[in-house]
Unconditional design. Structure first.
Length: 268
């Protein structure tokens, strides 16, 4: 199977973000609150329309699943994805974007069969493009991403990214009252958080409910860099389905084991 060229994908996504996202940043004209409580702006729709048209024109044999599509269409696409499916989040971190917080991204993954084979996450504010090809590694722009040579931290000194909002209240309360890590953050754009984990910018990760377009590209990028992950039920994170998935991840095996054990997740 010949996959799309990562350099071409970089150029395509970068051009869409610079044309539609950056000019609107901090000057969002309108937004709508969706049924799940999340925001959608005109920028979300503009990037999705741009990339859906270009992906279909260049690679017509792959369907395109976008976050801003109607639910019925998303269900149909995920049920008939054997021939290959682009999974697109045109603007991950819309609440940040609408508020003027410079942490948001475009996320694009190619799913073939039951596996993600390509992943790309682009941060237009920092002009950082994270990419991965299954079995071939991950990169930030032209730099290979590898966690193998990063210093090892015990859990008590680790920087954690934890999304408390979507956790079981009892678990969230325990972590807040008795944090097992050194310090905690939450940035508000899941796909980019995966990539910052892949670059060792923090050490352990916990999220109670990500959607397919939140984790499809980022999970591959993190795993190809050397990170480890599972759900709170000890299952693989990726599943070609629209239901939300929890995330437990870390940059090194011993840290992953300590983090998993603290959370009560059985051995993977």
């Amino acid at each position: 199977m010949t996959l799309p060229d990562l350099a071409s994908l970089r150029q395509l996504v970068r051009a869409a973000a610079r044309e539609h996202l950056l000019p609107r940043f901090s000057a969002v004209q309108r937004h709508v609150v969706k049924d799940d409580g999340s925001l959608v702006t005109d920028a979300d729709h503009a990037v999705q329309a741009h990339l859906q048209a270009e992906l279909t024109r260049r690679w017509p044999h792959y369907a395109v699943l976008g976050e801003e599509m109607p639910r019925e269409e998303q269900v149909q696409l995920t049920a008939a994805a054997d021939g290959g499916l682009w999974c697109l989040d045109p603007l991950d971190g819309t609440s940040n974007y609408a508020a003027g917080v410079p942490f948001f991204s475009v996320s694009l993954a190619l799913v073939v069969g039951t596996r993600v084979v390509l992943g790309l996450v682009y941060d237009p504010v920092r002009d950082e493009c994270f990419v991965a090809r299954r079995g071939d590694g991950a990169w930030l722009n032209e730099r290979p991403l590898t966690l193998a040579d990063r210093s090892d931290h015990p859990l008590k000194r680790a920087i954690a990214v934890v999304d408390f909002k979507r956790l079981d209240p009892a678990l969230a309360a325990r972590l807040a009252a008795y944090p097992p890590y050194g310090s905690q953050r939450n940035f508000g754009a899941s796909s980019l958080e995966w990539c910052w984990l892949a670059d060792g910018r923090f050490h352990v990760y916990l999220h109670g409910g990500q959607k397919l377009w939140d984790y499809a590209a980022g999970n591959l990028i993190a795993m190809e860099s050397g990170a480890l992950s599972c759900t709170l039920e000890a299952d693989p994170v990726f599943l070609l389905a629209l239901e939300t998935r929890s995330v437990v991840a870390a940059v090194r095996p011993n840290l992953f084991d300590a983090w998993r054990q603290n959370l009560g997740v059985r051995a993977v």
